[in-house]
Structures are given as C-alpha cells and as structure tokens.
Write a protein that binds this ligand. Structure first.
Ligand code: OGA
Ligand code: MN
Length: 196
C-alpha cells in the first residue's frame, strides 16, 4: 500500500503531480463503479456547481458532470475506499508534515460529450482544499474514448486517460487542469484533502 502512496508523493515532488496506475485494485474499482451506477440509476446524482451560486445554463458551459457526495451512509465499497484514503492521509502527514485533517469526496459521472473547462480546485473564498485526488472507475478505457485529464504543470501539458484504478494527485491551488469530452460515460471519485 505504501508504495502506491509513495508513487503519488514522489511524482508530486518531482513534477507537480503524481499518477498511480493501481491506486485501488480491480475488485474495489468494480464495486465502486457498480455503486456509482446504482446511484446514477436512482436519479440522485446532481449537476455539479461552480462556486457557491450558479445558474445551471451558465454552469453547463464550464462543467457538465453529475456528482454525488460520499457523506451519508457508506456502502462497504465506499468504506473500503475511504479507509484507503485515510491510510494515504496518515502516510502523507507522517512523511511530509502536511497537517491534513479533513477530506471530501464525490462520485462524478460525465456523459459522453460533457467536459470541465480549465480551472483550479481551490476556491478563492476558502483555501481549505490543499490536495486534489481523482480516482478513475472506468472499465477498459481506450484512447479513442478521449475524456483525458489535461494537467497544466510548469512543463508541457500532460494528458492522462481515466483508466480504472488509476489515481492522480496534485496541489489544489497550483495546478490548473481540464477534463476533455469523452465518447462514452466517464466515471470517477474526485476529492480533496483539506486543512480546516
Ligand atoms: C474536478 C476535476 C478531474 C477528472 O472534479 O474538479 O477536475 O479527471 N476532475 O475527473
Ligand atoms: Mn478539478
């Protein structure tokens, strides 16, 4: 487990983002994907907002994902995922003195054609979000499916495909990024490690 955590941390220290191809294993990835699908089919995912006040039409020009916060009763899969996150936070705090003391995560689903324009994750009015961590849940994602995450680090922009099990980690106030439209539904858990 610690080696996956180190991959994320070393990448961030070396080139501003970490990418772990198997942050979570195939079984947990599949059960989280099933969980997301059942939440989606129940019709309880909501259009994501930008900032605190937004108009739906204006918002759609910027981001088109549906989200569901992992905050109510957790399924076994969600519990396993959040335990993994807590182990990562412990490791990060022990090795990097990051002082992370809170987190928030949501399921996200982008329909084919939906995107999220270039942005930073930290709000201007609330600097609690320190690190962004996105974990992908897609089965057999191929380059022709598009839907890349573009990270605008200091070097050239990097393109990352949302392959199931992969996690990407970067500073929420530092790295602008963008989600390109995909050709099929794109599923993930996006979240933030916070100091509050
Ligand atoms: C976000 C985000 C990236 C991705 O939810 O803020 O930028 O690849 N997600 O899904
Ligand atoms: Mn983002």
């Amino acid at each position: 487990m610690e080696d996956k955590f180190e991959v994320l941390i070393e990448g961030l220290l070396e080139h501003q983002y970490g990418n772990a191809d198997t942050f979570i294993g195939p079984e947990l990835t599949a059960s989280l994907r099933q969980q997301l699908e059942s939440v989606y089919e129940a019709g309880i995912m909501k259009p994501a907002g930008i900032g605190q006040h937004f108009s739906y039409e204006k918002n759609l020009k910027i981001r088109g994902d549906l989200i569901y916060w992992l905050e109510k009763e957790h399924s076994a899969a969600e519990k396993a995922f959040l335990e993994h996150i807590e182990a990562f936070i412990d490791h990060l705090n022990r090795t990097c003195y990051t002082g992370i003391n809170a987190y928030e995560f949501h399921f996200a689903r982008y329909e084919a054609g939906s995107f999220y324009k270039r942005h930073l994750d930290q709000f201007k009015s609330d600097q609690g979000r320190k690190y962004s961590l996105v974990t992908y849940l897609n089965e057999n994602w191929e380059p022709k499916d598009a839907g890349q995450l573009l990270l605008f680090s200091e070097a050239n922009p990097v393109e990352i495909f949302p392959t199931g099990g992969r996690a990407v980690f970067f500073k929420s106030d530092e790295i602008e990024h963008e989600v390109k439209a995909g050709n099929r539904a794109r599923m993930s858990i996006a979240g933030w490690l916070k100091r509050v």
